[in-house]
Structures are given as C-alpha cells and as structure tokens.
Design a protein. Structure first.
Length: 201
C-alpha cells in the first residue's frame, strides 16, 4: 500500500489533513480537521500505524525569496497564467503565520521520519482551475467537500499522489517558471507539481 498526505495548515481548528491510501484494489481517502500541527502529526502517525508515507502535498509556501516583494517565480507565473484567480494567489509574505509555521513544522517533522519523503507545494485554487481547463476532476473528489479547508487538504493529497506516481501531463512548475536565484528553502527541496501548462502561459 502507498500512502499520500495532503495538509492545509491553518490556525486553531483550521488545520486540515487528507490521507490517500492506494493499493491494487483502489484508493481510500480519509480527511479530518486538526487543532494544530501536533494534533495533525499525532493523527497521521496513528493512522499510518508504521506504514511509510510516500508523498506529502502542503498548502503552504516552502520557499522564500528576499526580492520582488517576496513574490516567487512560481507565484508570478501562476498569477500571469491564471488571471481570473490572480487575486486569490497571495504572496508568501501575505500568508497567515499559522500556515507558514504549520507547514514548515509538518514537513520538518515528517522528514525526520522519512528523509527521502517527496514533498510538493500546492496552490489548491490554481490546481482546480487547471483541472477544470482540462475537463478533469480528482478521483474521489467529484463531490466538493463542504469544508473548504478539508477540500484543500484533499487536493494537496492528490497532488502528492500525482507527483510521486508520474501522472500523465503533470509537471513541476519550477521547470516552467524557473527557480528564484536567492531562494531560501527552510524545509529542504520540494517540487510544485501541477496538472498542465495553460496555452499562452
């Protein structure tokens, strides 16, 4: 069995987790809210029960740049390519502290347990917009979760799954938008897996 986690860090009771458990017979998905990073870790490790976590998708900025108003190349690429959602794609400097701290703590702790853990940063609104462009949806998520935080965690889990399994058409946006020359990666290397490149992007 392969396991992929999606996390949407946030403030008290706004932290959300989703775990995809994939085996030959299909995929099972479990989502739940968490109080904070410690609660999220406790639940995830208990649910894994000694199994390996193969991929992690995190809805939080995992790199920082000192220039351009702290807008990273990937952020600027997404805002230019998807102008209809540009106002919803905010700079890492504009994110709430709970998302930044919670995301970083989660990645660092899980990489202590699994040093080779594949991590991808996720912008759920952009991912779902790209999937709509393609006329595709996410397996198991055809009915939107009424809780927006859980929905974002579910999208992040699917991105981790897609990144790890090499889904057709998925790319690392760093290959398209480029890397920031002075980027600081406090949690180590990660990808920014995305369903497609929009024409004209």
């Amino acid at each position: 069995m392969s396991c992929y986690c999606g996390a949407r860090p946030g403030g008290r009771r706004k932290f959300a987790l989703s775990l995809f458990e994939v085996e030959a017979g299909g995929m099972q998905q479990v989502s739940r809210p968490a109080t904070d990073t410690a609660d999220a870790l406790d639940w995830l490790l208990d649910r894994l029960a000694g199994r390996e976590l193969h991929g992690l998708g995190v809805c939080a900025p995992l790199s920082w740049t000192p220039r351009s108003g702290h807008w990273r190349e990937v952020d600027r690429y997404l805002r230019k390519t998807y102008p209809e959602i540009a106002r919803r794609l905010i700079s890492p400097a504009g994110r709430r502290g709970s998302a930044i701290i919670g995301g970083a703590l989660l990645v660092l702790r899980l990489r202590e347990l699994w040093p080779a853990l594949a991590v991808t940063e996720v912008r759920p609104v952009a991912v779902e917009t790209a999937l709509t462009d393609l006329g595709r949806d996410i397996p198991l998520l055809r009915t939107p979760n009424p809780d927006p935080h859980l929905r974002q965690a579910e999208v992040a889990a699917y991105c981790a799954f897609a990144a790890h399994t090499g889904r057709d058409g998925w790319i690392d946006l760093h290959q398209v938008a480029g890397q920031d020359d002075e980027a600081h990666l406090p949690c180590g290397p990660f990808t920014h897996h995305f369903p497609t490149v929009r024409r004209g992007g």
